[in-house]
Design a protein around this ligand. Sequence first.
Ligand SMILES: *Cc1c(COP(=O)(O)O)cnc(C)c1O
Length: 353
Amino acid sequence: MEYLNQTGKPARFQFASDNYAGICPEAWQSMDEANRGYASSYGDDPWTARACEKLRELFETDCEVFFVFNGTAANSLALAALCKSYHSIICHEMAHVETDECGASEFFSNGTKVLLVPGNDGKIDLSAVEHTIKRRTDIHYPKPRALSITQSTELGTVYSAAELQAIGDFARQYGLRVHMDGSRFANAVASLGVAPKELTWKAGVDVLCFGGTKNGMAVGEAVVFFNRELANEFDYRCKQAGQLASKMRFLAAPWIGMLENGAWLRNASHANNCARQLADGLKGIPGITLAHPCQANAVFLELSPPIAEGLHSRGWHFYSFIGTGGARLMCSWETRTEDVEAFVSDARELAQN
Ligand SMILES: *Cc1c(COP(=O)(O)O)cnc(C)c1O
């Protein structure tokens, strides 16, 4: 199906964001199976129980699982569970929690302050975190309590298992709890090829917000508490925030389909491979440089203005919000090789003009 953009040209949305993609067949089929008749509401149904069980199997531990509608809710409610209102949350200055959630973390935690640290390629710099913790220890400063990291990061990079271990050790040393925004956690697992537990609880992550939407579901993220104590009364938080789905089975069921036959990892690997192919294809084209290492499903580019304009006028839709001329191309489970090739060939033609 062809969509037109405002100027009447074909809109080529393929690399705008991974949430431009549709619902993958595995998630769709599970929804369909859950749609045959009556079931108890508010999560008291067999699909929700099974989806939680599947997640426990995946992480090889007895974690507490909650399903919410979106990532903003997952992150902000999880962070609120980690902090009191006079605490602070430390995260990267490019973190979604800070830049794209409209202050939800502060809102749902009743004012917990978010403190920002820099770091290359979207990863927090632990020495900057240490400085943020140590620069003040008096009562007038919001007490650091949570460290929030994003895996894979907002800039398409991933923290290695060793880096996560170092972050976990650091957090324990300073009494910080660790939150992981895993909106693209599957892409990180696919990229690193290690067991999910190595990137989470074994490295000291207390709570993971595991993304389903960007990996092929219609809607829904799983909030996975490895530290079960922190999940105490989390169900009430979800309900109060309007995140307790009455037809919960439709948030839960897609996880069953995605986890049972490996689609969650297949989708993520596919998206990562497409991004790699795109980055490789664009390499060496004059006027195009890779802005960050391509380690997951995003490609960040510095484009010369004529190339950027040319691509837009040929209908390619992608976000340009980082640096001057910066462009972000996201791949998804639905990205097609033809689209990657067409984009590369358009970029190459424009570079020759
Ligand atoms: C997309 C995204 C989320 C979730 O966003 P919602 O629109 O609230 O579902 C969270 N973190 C990161 C890094 C994201 O890219």
